[in-house]
Design a protein around this ligand. Sequence first.
Ligand code: PMP
Length: 440
Amino acid sequence: MNTNELAAHWMPFTPNKGFKAKPRMLTGAKGMYWTTDDARQVLDMTAGLWCCNAGHGHPHIAEAIARQARELDYAPCFGFGHPLSFELSERLARLAPGNLNKVFYTNSGSESVETAMKMALAYHHARGLGSKQLFIGRDRGYHGVNFGGISVGGLTNNYKAFGQWIPNDHLSHTQDLERNAFSRGLPLHGGVEKANELEKLIQRHDASRIAAVIIEPITGAGGVLPPPAGYLKRIREICDQHGILLIFDEVICGFGRTGDVFASQTFDVVPDIMTTAKGLTNGAAPMGAVLAGDHIHDAVVDTAGAGVEFFHGYTYSAHPLACAAAMATLDVYEQEGLYYRGAADGEIARYLEQGLHSLKGLPGVVDIRNYSLIAAVEFEPMAGKPGATGGLIQTDAWEQGMMLRSLGDAIAMSPPLIIGKEHIDQTIGILERSIRQHFG
Ligand code: PMP
């Protein structure tokens, strides 16, 4: 990589100056491992950005994309269609819980979020309830980077330079280090109590102004926070009592991350609208899908006159290459049993849980939490530098041959669902060395 090449790329979500002083380059990937430009094999404990659930370079997915590129490279989906997108929609509707039977395609998680929010507004508008325009998100929630998503998101850095332009308010996050630190699986304390905060927000704004609540079943980028037991069900109840829609952002949770096809099934709560992306194509092609309840779709489509009912869509919605990637990915998840492999009470999730919790008691470790194959270890903040410890541990792990995500003072793991016990042993070894090195 020469300096002109390095200078030309303004990298997203990256300290550009730091990166360019010491680039970390990936040149290949297979199964659980990346190859780097200096020919090292690095264990991928994050499935890329929480997306390569079947591991890297799966031949079935690669071939499906190549075949599709030769057969039908592109098809507009405004007023025209191609059969694969309808097959995929029917398949996703079959996999989804409840009446989430209508599939709308996007190219990313952020676009799925904007689409879901616009669907909620369109639904209320179609029913003569156009005053319902405010969205309730959650502190530490992450819903992508577009204007709707940063308005309902709860990570300050993502909106402080840009504003939050969609009417919003936020529930507090659900982490409770006093009562729930080192919980295995769902934290036990405070679920219903935390969810009841929603009633206060409804009193503050009035249900006649609130369109929807949007939450990640497990908060991901905000630090991996599994919901305390009973939380999601109580949120659903309150939404129902007040005519407020519930949107689940399953961009991370979908496609096996919680030991089911969707977290909605794991936690037995059906939202009105669900966003997905990432694992839908195993990260091999950009694609998102929003699954809407029949009632949402029917209210918008049936109430409209002839002509376009929902003025929304993307040039690349239902892109043929992405549809081919998604169909092949779903084949792999089914054939290799990956949706259920990481079940919280299953062998591999338990092995990861045991391994991680064996780190309890090491210096500097203030919390370890996990559900299924998603986990985080949180550290004491460094004096004068809050939020920096995760990055130090991440850098150290990278040098020792493992990719982690750093989230403030925590590191997160969301490995490919094909992970074996040997990879978990390797992970625990590297983590233990890094932690001892930093905290002595
Ligand atoms: N929602 C959630 C829950 C996410 O985790 C992410 C990405 N990490 C997004 C939305 C945004 O997805 P994308 O980066 O594909 O736009």
